[in-house]
Design a protein. Structure first.
Length: 342
């Protein structure tokens, strides 16, 4: 495969300081970023560097548990729980080189928490952090509602975390250290190229633990952006990287763009970061009974549950097509070898 083409893009930065007084200015900045890049760095959002670092410590205490313990809360079809080397991306056909644990506020999380005595304080710390993420998200939701001509609380109500129907997720991610002497097989990524299917994602990274790459939705014209130009996003202390998901793209009648992104498996010694990488992604998902339709009615109205199901179905269909294509290539290679041997 041809090597990735890289380009340095300026990443839009949006500060939420003095939110109440600056809401019009912030709304204009967010709408511009959503229409052009589909992603931006958020500063002065109210979650301190210490609070973020404490949640990273909480995350690492979870991943330090034996696999047997984590396997007691396995990934469920309700989008909660733990998985390891299991998420296969349609863009690569290979499992991501990582483990993750997904937590929710609502009923989908029943049975997916570890007992308190296994990891004292874990659930409480996680909820505190998730609520802080929700507060930040609600500010963004107010601005996006205004920008699209909806009532201020329109998106906030559709993402109400106090209801059992809530589907919002905090995903803790852990990418394993990579041996710089072992060549990376073709198509391997810590996380393969994808767009998120939520409303908007808040991504937390740790300074120095690089690897995130983005390809703004508007410019992505090839399959999964593989032939497009990518940009490396270096983690900045305290910053939240936000990207528009497919849900907001659809809810804005495609005015806002969801953004392709991925995490590279390190391969270039002296350039890439080979150590352990931790990240955390807060996915704003609609309540199962929320009604989704853009102001222009470009797409038929669907419920949050239907939207989520359709996104998962699309993912499975794309994955099946990728696997079949890989089999054709593998069989072709075998045929070629047979001819060469004859
Ligand atoms: O770990 C990261 O930086 C990205 C994770 C991600 O994109 C995802 O889980 O959807
Ligand atoms: Fe993502």
């Amino acid at each position: 495969m041809a090597p990735t083409k890289y380009t340095n893009r300026t990443i839009p930065k949006v500060s939420l300081h003095d939110f109440e007084n600056r809401v019009e200015e912030i709304t204009a900045q967010l709408i511009h970023a959503a229409e052009t890049d589909g992603f931006f760095g958020l500063t002065n959002h109210g979650i301190s560097v210490t609070e973020i670092e404490n949640m990273f410590e909480t995350s690492s205490s979870f991943f330090s548990l034996p696999d047997d313990t984590k396997a007691t809360v396995p990934f469920s079809h309700l989008n909660a729980g733990w998985e390891k080397n299991a998420q296969i991306r349609p863009s690569t056909g290979q499992p991501d080189q990582k483990e993750s644990y997904q937590m929710q506020f609502g009923a989908n999380m029943n049975g997916s928490w570890l007992p308190e005595e296994t990891l004292p304080g874990f659930k409480n710390n996680s909820f505190t952090f998730m609520k802080q993420c929700q507060e930040v998200s609600e500010k963004l939701m107010l601005c996006f509602a205004r920008g699209l001509g909806f009532p201020d609380d329109y998106f906030v109500k559709a993402h109400d975390i106090s209801r059992p129907e809530s589907q919002t997720v905090l995903r803790l991610l852990h990418y394993f250290e990579v041996d710089d002497k072992v060549p990376v097989p073709e198509g391997y990524y810590r996380a393969g190229a994808h767009v998120d299917w939520d409303f908007i994602t808040l991504l937390f990274q740790r300074p120095g633990q690089s690897g995130l790459e983005i390809c703004p939705g508007r410019e992505a014209s090839t399959s999964f952006g593989l032939g497009d130009e990518w940009t490396k996003v270096e983690p900045e202390e305290g910053e939240i990287v936000c990207n528009i998901g497919d849900l907001l793209m659809s809810w804005s009648d495609d005015r806002f763009k969801s953004t392709f992104h991925r995490v590279k498996t390190p391969s270039v010694v002296g350039e890439d970061y080979f150590g352990t990488r931790y990240s955390m992604a807060f996915f704003n998902q609609p309540c199962t009974d929320a009604i989704i339709q853009g102001p222009l009615g470009k797409y038929e109205a669907v419920t949050g549950k239907q939207f989520t199901q359709a996104a998962m179905n699309r993912n499975f269909a794309a994955l099946k097509a990728k696997k079949e294509a890989l089999e054709v290539v593998a069989n072709g290679a075998k045929d070629g070898a047979a001819v060469a041997a004859a």
